[in-house]
Design a protein around this ligand. Structure first.
Ligand SMILES: Cc1cc2nc3c(=O)[nH]c(=O)nc-3n(C[C@H](O)[C@H](O)[C@H](O)COP(=O)(O)OP(=O)(O)OC[C@H]3O[C@@H](n4cnc5c(N)ncnc54)[C@H](O)[C@@H]3O)c2cc1C
Length: 385
């Protein structure tokens, strides 16, 4: 299957992460998830494995690995607990933004600390009044001497509580500028006038905090403007979120795989009408459809990662992978719950956690309605070229 497509190096990395997940994550995930506790030791383990620097270029202390390897790693983490893939996501997007669009000084200053996981990063576009309409961002950054003064409120910042650095989409332009040139990306460091709100209580995706971010007269040095040119923020963030959509697509594969593995094991053990339920054709059909959806989702995810790695615009591919994988994940988890019967609904079994985690993937990183718009518009634009 798709494992045949991995290089020897990728297979070795996947095996290392899988062993870590089997040993350090799966036995403890339910306890941390039900307690909504941040998994310090697991995150420390991820740091020791070098996962925070996986995609950071080697000159800055990272492993300089490609996005296909990253997607494979995210799948393994999510198979253990989806929240760990979320701990990595905003960090990797921000490191990508700095490596791709940052000035030399910004790369030197931030990337080594990000690669080592000493500094953790969040990525913030969404605001209380809306997430889909990115260009309607209200948080404003106004130049004042050697700094920008930032005012406004951001919403839904994953890792907002623990990140020391937040790639933040802010309004720098005026109504006279073209809509896509009014926004900039500021690399915001925590300090006076910039703080995270209390963690938002969520259906799933627990353990990793998602918060509001409040800026009140906060000063960020002009040197923290990503790429040092105003009006580039929308394009930069859209390029960054393609990396985020690859993460979400890979998470979908990982969560769905966990559901399938659990359902297969249960179906072989659970007896009904004198034989294991796995021997009933209705259950076999479910398993076949689940496995096929997962395989298709993985192929789309790896194809999107491969294209993004070439440096080409990948909105269509990342959108397709995110759309298909998140919907497949939702379907697969529901089928797993059916196979578990009543026990699927019990908090003593992990299926209920997967069932609460899966819907985030439909909404996060841009809703699937928005993915369909992006895919269709991208296809039409390519056809017009
Ligand atoms: C747990 C969690 C973590 C998150 N983490 C982050 C993060 O780290 N950083 C960050 O920036 N954001 C984050 N988000 C925000 C997420 O990206 C937004 O929730 C998402 O983009 C949707 O925005 P919204 O919730 O404001 O919905 P809205 O934009 O208000 O949309 C509401 C509904 O209208 C639909 N809709 C809107 N416009 C259209 C249209 N033109 N055509 C068709 N349908 C449309 C949407 O699809 C949706 O169904 C997170 C969200 C969650 C739940």
């Amino acid at each position: 299957m798709t494992e045949d497509l991995q290089s020897a190096e990728q297979a070795a990395i996947v095996a290392t992460v899988r062993a870590f997940v089997d040993r350090e994550v799966i036995p403890h995930a339910a306890e941390f998830e039900h307690g909504d506790r941040f998994p310090e030791a697991m995150v420390e383990g991820m740091r020791e494995l070098g996962l925070f620097g996986l995609t950071v270029p080697e000159p800055y202390g990272g492993a300089g690995l490609d996005l296909v390897t990253y997607a494979l790693v995210v799948e393994e983490l999510a198979r253990g607990w989806m929240s760990l893939a979320g701990v990595l996501n905003t960090h990797v997007i921000t490191a990508y933004l700095i490596a791709t669009f940052g000035t030399d000084a910004q790369r030197q200053r931030f990337l080594p600390a990000l690669a080592a996981g000493r500094l953790r990063a969040a990525f913030s576009m969404s605001e209380p009044q809306g997430g889909s309409d990115v260009q309607a961002v209200r948080t404003r950054a106004v130049r004042d001497g050697d700094a920008y003064v930032v005012d406004g409120t951001k919403m839904w910042a994953t890792n907002g509580a623990r990140a020391g650095l937040v790639a933040t989409l802010v309004r720098t332009g005026t109504e006279n500028d073209p809509p896509n040139r009014r926004l900039s990306c500021l690399l915001c460091e925590k300090g006076p006038g910039f703080e995270a709100g209390a963690p938002i209580a969520k259906l799933g995706y627990k353990g990793v905090e998602t918060t509001e971010l409040v800026f009140r007269g906060n000063r960020q040095p002009l040197a923290n403007l990503l790429g040092s040119e105003e009006g580039r923020g929308f394009a930069q963030m859209m390029a960054g979120i393609e990396v985020g959509r690859i993460n979400v697509a890979a998470r979908g594969v990982g969560v769905a795989r966990a559901a399938l593995e659990l359902a297969m094991a249960y179906a072989r053990e659970r007896q009904a009408f004198g034989r294991p339920i796995a021997e009933h054709q209705a259950i076999q059909f479910k398993l076949a459809d689940m496995a096929t959806q997962i395989e298709a989702a993985r192929l789309l995810t790896l194809a999107a990662a491969r294209r993004k790695q070439t440096g080409q615009r990948s909105d269509v591919e990342a959108g397709m992978a995110k759309l298909f994988s998140s919907e497949a994940c939702h379907d697969v988890v529901l089928e797993a719950m059916r196979i578990f019967g009543g026990y699927g609904y019990s908090t003593a079994y992990p299926i209920e956690r997967l069932y609460r985690d899966a819907p985030l993937l439909i909404v996060g990183e841009g809703t699937n309605e928005i993915q369909r718009l992006i895919i269709a518009r991208g296809l039409l634009a390519r056809a017009a070229d």
